[in-house]
Write a protein of this length. Sequence first.
Length: 151
Amino acid sequence: MSEATVIVREAGLEDVDRLAPLFDGYRQFYRQPSDLEGARRFLAERLRTGESRVFVAETADGWPLGFVQLFPSFSSVSMRRLWILNDLFVAPDARRSGVARVLMDRARELAVESGAKGLILETESNNAPAKRLYEDLGWALDGTDHYELLV
């Protein structure tokens, strides 16, 4: 699978049932017990209330490969919007195919479109593949495991 065959679009409430297994997998990656119904409820509530923006990467026939979830915030110092890139997950069988990169690119586009100062994220210090991706995309490590990308 190439990046060209991956479609990225904003998810809506109609996507919750298809995204819930990916979200549940994301939580399990971070050592949480599986809770598919809880994942479904959490995503539905975030989307229903507009508390987050979720972009899904999928195949041309609509099979979900991964997602990124962003939460809006603000920088009081700069008096500008800031996006928290809270969740990024790619299905195990779709990893190393460019899916995470296109999702990260879409997150950056959201920041630009919304006039944001940038994006911030946090990852585990032992998540070397993710850290390499972030650095390849121009994110800067702030001395801990917090990254930011100013746009």
